[in-house]
Ligand binder design. Structure first.
Ligand SMILES: *Cc1c(COP(=O)(O)O)cnc(C)c1O
Length: 383
């Protein structure tokens, strides 16, 4: 089954006959030079210039006023939520189709994730579903929005830009503004993606990026907080670096801060990677165009960016017709050494998140049953 399709993918994507991973990092730039530099200088840890340099590069790439590097995307998202005002006992509205880290960042604060459905066109949080959630389950009181049943505050709304496809941000911004709920974007998968010219992660109050090994560019492990509010950005830096007051020798801290800072050695890798971002994005876009062409006359639907948006095509995705077909294709492709993967199990089906508030999740469940991620890395010959 699927022999012709798999052969066509191999040939048109120039995959050769070797094993093709879903997404592997590539180091074709100055990675070794910068890493050696941190070792030669001994500045591998919490002091060093690469952290500042990478933060500046991210500000330029994303247009965010402030970028603050963190140890990983999960810690960046957790800090974004804390800075947006999320407290233990609150509710944070997000999507169930996401990597578990989205819900974990909420839970680690002592808050509870609530789930609204995604849209078929973006695979991200649906403005209609968010509106329906607010109207069905919430009341406005003073300057906030609260769950009718428990009185818990909805302290943030977290759209996630699935596989690099931007959510419909204007609509989400309008609804969340009306209900006084700040937006924190989980842009972990969306470095290089934009909506109407604005980089993903810069349209909410705060946004989080990830530089894990499987993401578009990597620092080994890492993440970043983005914001256009300089005061919040300064506070993010302060709180993620143990809240120490600057002094030549004294150790004085004015808050129970976090050690979420990215080590200089990781930032060195990140600087070299970011220098190659335009080329990486070009190759990924070409790959997506090839897949789009392959699936054009088939019953399967290759997922493409909306007009007015740019996807980084972090992981290319195709929708099969049903779960059986999906499972057959997953088996055939992995047997043929083309690595493919289903979507994550929807978060509301995981044991720790089953008992949470949720709206209808029909589209989430349908998409999770039919979606397959295709090999989307840079390696493999097209350039
Ligand atoms: C990768 C990812 C994160 C953060 O992951 P880290 O491994 O902690 O960097 C968060 N949310 C989503 C949706 C992700 O894909």
């Amino acid at each position: 089954m699927f022999e012709d399709l798999l052969a066509e993918i191999r040939q048109k994507q120039h995959f050769g006959d070797q094993f093709i991973p879903l997404h592997a990092p590539v180091f074709h730039g100055k990675e070794k030079q910068y890493l050696l530099d941190t070792i030669d200088s001994t500045f591998v840890s919490s002091v060093g210039e690469y952290v500042n340099r990478m933060e500046k590069m991210l500000q330029e790439i994303t247009g965010a006023k402030k970028a603050v590097l963190c140890v990983n995307g999960t810690s960046a998202l957790e800090m974004c939520l804390r800075l947006a005002g999320t407290k233990p006992g609150d509710i944070v509205l997000t999507q169930s189709l996401s990597f578990v880290a989205t819900a974990n960042a909420i839970a680690h604060i002592g808050a509870t994730p609530a789930f609204a459905d995604i849209e078929r066109s973006t695979l991200g949080l649906s403005p209609h579903a968010v509106q329906a959630f607010f109207e069905s389950f919430c009341i406005k009181k003073g300057h906030g929005t609260f769950l009718k049943e428990s009185g818990q505050k909805i302290s943030a709304c977290v759209p996630m830009h699935s596989f690099g496809l931007s959510c419909r941000m204007n609509e989400l911004q309008e609804i969340c503004k009306e209900w006084n709920v700040p937006i924190v974007e989980d842009a972990a998968e969306a470095l290089g993606s934009s909506y109407k010219g604005q980089h993903c992660g810069t349209m909410g109050l705060l946004g989080a990026l990830s530089f894990n090994g499987n993401k578009t560019v990597t620092t080994g492990g890492g993440g970043a907080i983005l914001t256009n509010d300089e005061k919040i950005g300064d506070l993010a830096k302060h709180l993620t670096t143990t809240a120490k007051l600057p002094h030549r020798w004294e150790y004085f801290h004015d808050y129970a801060g976090w050690n979420f800072r990215m080590p200089n050695v990781n930032a060195a890798l990140g600087c070299a990677q970011l220098e190659q971002l335009p080329q990486i994005l070009n190759i990924k876009r070409k790959r997506a165009e090839i897949y789009d062409h392959i699936f054009m006359n088939s019953p399967w639907e290759f997922v493409t960016e909306l007009p007015d948006t740019l996807s980084n095509y972090w992981l290319c995705a195709v929708l099969t017709q049903n779960k059986t077909e999906r499972d057959n294709f997953l088996a055939a492709s992995n047997d043929a050494k083309l690595m493919t993967r289903p979507a994550w199990a929807p978060l509301h089906t995981l044991p720790m998140y089953t008992d949470t508030p949720k709206g209808s999740l029909d589209i989430t469940v349908d998409i999770a049953n039919r979606l397959v991620n295709l090999p989307s890395g840079v390696e493999g010959g097209i350039s």
